[in-house]
Write a new protein. Structure first.
Length: 76
């Protein structure tokens, strides 16, 4: 994320946390909206050349999104 300004990095981290906080087990429309917004944000990664910096950013975001999202799929 170092090619982004510090302010942009902070705003993206806040946005990721805000998106995750809106995931809910009882409203698929909200979850679909969260996933659409996340998809549009992550789209910027597509044309980027693979690098340690890129993979670090992706791993960081996956760390924020994966557990809450997978909890929605848990049907115990």
């Amino acid at each position: 994320m170092s090619n982004l300004s510090h302010e942009t990095r902070v705003l993206l981290l806040i946005l990721y946390q805000d998106l995750v906080s809106h995931l809910t087990p009882d409203n698929a429309k909200i979850n679909n909206g969260v996933l659409e917004v996340a998809h549009s944000i992550f789209r910027r990664w597509r044309p980027l050349f693979p690098s340690d910096e890129l993979f670090t950013e992706i791993n960081h975001v996956l760390g924020k999104f994966s557990e809450p999202f997978l909890q929605l799929l848990d049907v115990r």
